[in-house]
Design a protein around this ligand. Structure first.
Ligand SMILES: [Zn+2]
Length: 285
């Protein structure tokens, strides 16, 4: 058994969670599981079909792949913008208002925490509503790019919409096959390659963002993980950091996670209902 294997932990109850977290100021780390009740599927959840995520290397290395990606994203991102925060998002915003939650680190790019009213949010993996130029670093809004892509591809979104059922992935990716004629926009400033401001597999989270997230954990008394299986190191490192610095970690997730072995309590359950109960039960520190 490698050191990364989750060891079996005693399943925690809500009472266990409250006992560990009561009176403590929390940093929270959230993942895709928090957004599933808003209709954004979690491709790593226990009941999810296997899926091969796009890598940064694929995006950079292949113009046809980029065209395909942008065509799908051009349809998918609008669906993310129409989703609404759920009870789990609202509970975390309420806990922040009451001073229980000091800050929130999210692996989601959907901005639903901000939509629910959370204010101290670090978008660890970026945000779906921005686009960055990989050559000159210019950042534009996804809405501005949408206008340019609509002008370059008249009728595209409408023709896809007519097909009907469009599968939406957490990274605003939608599955469409007829993309070979899609025209991709280049950076208006330098002509460079545009990429959604989202951290892909194989890509590093910007160092400055990681340091802010460590500081958020350091400023808290405990770390609550909600809706993440902690499959990737970008999230797991904050769990290790909290455990290493003697702060209790609580994990709330459907199914086992790579962080369970570091957790004081691991509760197997949905985030919407569990976070709602925590918002009712946890006193201000
Ligand atoms: Zn540029």
């Amino acid at each position: 058994m490698s050191s990364d294997d989750a060891r079996p932990v005693t399943p925690g109850s809500l009472a266990d969670v409250i006992e560990v977290l009561a009176g403590r100021r929390l940093a929270v780390l959230t993942g895709a599981g928090v957004s599933t009740d808003s209709g954004i599927p979690d491709y790593r959840g226990p009941d999810s079909p296997p899926r091969t995520p796009m890598t940064f290397q694929q995006f950079m290395g292949d113009e046809a792949f980029r065209r395909h990606y942008w065509a799908r994203n051009h349809v998918g991102w609008r669906h993310v913008g129409r989703t609404l925060p759920n009870a789990g998002h609202r509970a975390l915003a309420e806990l922040e208002r009451r001073g229980v939650v000091g800050g929130l680190i999210t692996q989601n790019v959907d901005l639903l925490h901000q939509a629910a009213g959370s204010r101290h949010v670090i978008d660890l993996h970026g945000r779906y509503d921005r686009v960055v130029c990989l050559d000159c670093g210019t950042v534009i809004s996804r809405a501005e790019l949408a206008d340019r892509l609509d002008a370059l591809n008249p009728g595209f979104v409408e023709s896809v919409g007519a097909v009907g059922d469009v599968e939406i992935a957490p990274d605003a990716d939608a599955v469409i096959e007829q993309t070979s004629h899609f025209v991709v926009a280049a950076c208006a400033v330098c002509g460079g390659v545009l990429k959604p401001d989202i951290v892909y597999f194989g890509e590093l989270v910007p160092r400055e963002r990681v340091e802010r997230a460590y500081a958020m954990v350091d400023a808290a008394d405990a770390l609550l993980v909600a809706g993440s299986s902690l499959t990737v190191q970008s999230g797991l490192r904050f769990v290790r950091h909290a455990a290493r610095t003697g702060k209790p970690v609580v994990v709330v997730n459907r199914g086992a996670t790579r962080g369970d072995r570091y957790a004081a309590v691991a509760l197997d359950g949905g985030t919407s209902e569990t976070l709602t109960e925590l918002a009712q039960e946890l006193p201000a520190p």
